[in-house]
Design a protein around this ligand. Sequence first.
Ligand code: ZN
Length: 366
Amino acid sequence: MLSRSILRSAFRALPRTIPRPLPRTPFPRVFQEPTPLIVRRFASRGPRIKHYRYNPEEVQRAKPLLTGEQIRNGFRHPGTKVLAVVVLGGGIYFYVSHLETVPVSGRRRFNCYSEDRVEEEGKMMYNMIMQQDRDAILPAWDPRTRMVQRVMNKLIPASGLEHVNWEVHVIESKEANAFVIPGGKVFVYSGILPIAKNDDGLAAILGHEISHNLAQHAGENMSRYVLLEPVRWVFIFLDYAGYTGGLGRFLGDILMDLGMMRPASRRQESEADYIGLMMMARSCYNPDEAVKVWERMEKFQKAAGNSIPQWLSTHPSDSTRIAAMTKWLPSAEEARSESECAVTLGYSKDFQKSLGQSGIWSDLFR
Ligand SMILES: [Zn+2]
């Protein structure tokens, strides 16, 4: 049995304050780049990149795992060249094997995300909106919900996306906004309905949003990230090794910004305009109204002064857009007359094929 004195002396032998272990930071700063998480509120609110924040004190205490010298030696090592060739070759193979053609517009693009994966990603956003706006969701019997549902019912057969599990929610709000989350979850903010004005106008807006889904723009944007991120890392490593004089990080960020944000939106917007216009025409809505919706948007924007409607913040209503749509009107009219408004005749399966051959959209980007 242990006597009290033994216990006491043992206790005294212990340090007064047990030193707290430092937070473990086994990775150097270079490995602690914040991991961006793409939260893409489908098209209308644009891709948002959140950065995980790291504790700056922790980072300062961290000992680099690799020094600049070690990285430089790594670059000089003969094996590095072989590795670079293998990685580059693999990268090119990966890129080429994931090239595909966008339905209807016929554009070639890189997309390494399946529809299911993108849908999975969209689920989180869907739950967030449903939670956030649950009190403002209008009931199914509300005339505004019924209007959106009615237009959707006519548009879906023309989109060839009947297999998607569509769901429509109208949210009571002054905000003029509408978007579709991958997986066919449609959200319409009631503030956009006066701009849509009628079923034809609403068909133009919804057709555009459905087209973002049809053309899988969300997957395309996520894929672009997969492609650009490694390049950005190479810049960061070059910077760390002292080859780029501190510019590497900066160049990497510019590359991400240019590659992720800029070219994507204009091309995809125009593509969604084109596909949406054809889709609404095939559903026997008046394509003229699409142009008018954009004109109303512009007027609304001017009247609203500084407060740009949410939808317009990612859908700039410029004259180029209206001009392009006016140019496509004759083919939309043709599509409308050919369709005979026979929603049940199963033309939808040919929709993507038949319009894809017209090549009118791609003329814009040649
Ligand atoms: Zn759009």
